[in-house]
Design a protein around this ligand. Structure first.
Ligand SMILES: [Ca+2]
Ligand SMILES: [Ca+2]
Ligand SMILES: [Ca+2]
Ligand SMILES: [Ca+2]
Length: 316
């Protein structure tokens, strides 16, 4: 309270305030006052909340006197009160924000709602108190802030790529007075940005017939092919450049596939491609093998090359 001349205050006058519809009282503070500037203090209390500015109401003498040097009492009215609509009082913390969600298109792979994604810098969003500052925490560590719009909606794109594995995303909202909300419920996210790694496919044991079980020359025209890929990934079997079927890798990564249509004699190649649940795709090297299903011509009668020679093994 500014005065044009020095005054003497006896007693404890007060000034009535309206804070969000609640009457509060600012009390004369002699220690903070001088002859021409009277100070009144009000300490904001828990629960005070006035988003459009407090109102300064009347001066109450409460039996006190305010006089000038000539002992003339001042009129106990307040004039020329500066605008107080900018004086905002807010002791109420925002409610906890909504559970964060992945933005549209960010939940890749076989399900768009399972929280398993290969987007390792995802955009997430939610709602919080309008105008509040939203702090995004990943695994409990604040990783950035954004502002909730007039409707409360906010959006945030993770800046540093998240590592593969599980992550928990929560938020808090901070209002303009610095009150911080409780944390939101958590968004559980699993990042898999790593494509499947596939072994070179091979003929299964039992599908590589003949003198050698490892020479990839076989009389089995519908061989079983095997290999390994990322566990639970979907494996496409590519024979001579054409996808002929799909297998699913087991929890140990092993898959097998039996060719449905008999293969012609001759050389063939097999390769595989696997896609994991997050939508990453990897490809194997290709492997060749040879089908020889036609019975060879009757072998000539064995002859002894010498008395000590061992019998020649049959071929085929
Ligand atoms: Ca508030
Ligand atoms: Ca997904
Ligand atoms: Ca993967
Ligand atoms: Ca063989």
């Amino acid at each position: 309270m500014q005065l044009s001349e020095a005054v003497i205050v006896n007693g404890t006058p007060t000034i009535l305030l309206d804070i969000g519809g609640v009457q509060r009282v600012a009390v004369y503070n002699p220690a903070g006052s001088s002859g021409t500037a009277l100070r009144f203090d009000y300490v904001v209390q828990a629960g005070d909340n006035d988003a459009d500015g407090i109102t300064v109401k009347e001066l109450a003498l409460n039996g006190a006197s305010i006089t000038d040097a000539a002992r003339l009492a001042l009129p106990a009215t307040l004039g020329g009160i500066p605008g107080t609509q900018g004086v905002l009082v807010d002791t109420l913390a925002p409610d906890a924000p909504s559970v964060p969600v992945l933005a549209a298109g960010q939940d890749s792979g076989s399900s768009a709602t399972d929280g398993l994604t290969n987007v390792n810098r995802p955009t997430i969003g939610g709602t919080a108190e309008p105008g509040s500052t939203v702090t995004v925490m990943i695994d409990g560590v604040a990783r950035g802030t954004t502002t909730a719009g007039p409707g409360g909606a906010w959006s945030f794109t993770v800046t540093d790529p998240l590592t593969d594995g599980a992550h928990s995303i929560t938020t808090t909202a901070t209002d303009r007075a610095g009150n911080v909300s409780p944390a939101s419920p958590a968004l559980a996210l699993v990042i898999d940005a790593t494509p499947p790694v596939l072994s070179t496919p091979s003929l299964a044991p039992g599908s590589d017939s003949g003198v050698s079980a490892t020479d990839r020359i076989t009389g089995v025209t519908r061989p079983t092919l095997t290999g390994s890929a990322e566990p639970n990934s979907s494996v496409r079997v590519i024979l001579d450049g054409v996808v002929v079927g799909t297998a699913t890798a087991g929890p140990d990564g092993r898959w097998s596939f039996t060719v449905a249509d008999a293969l012609a004699d001759g050389d063939h190649s097999v390769a595989t491609e696997a896609t994991d649940a997050a939508g990453n795709t990897g490809r194997s090297a290709s492997q060749t093998f040879t089908i020889r299903s036609t019975a060879p011509g009757a072998p000539s009668a064995p002859t002894l090359a010498s008395a000590t020679a061992a019998p020649r093994p049959a071929t085929g």
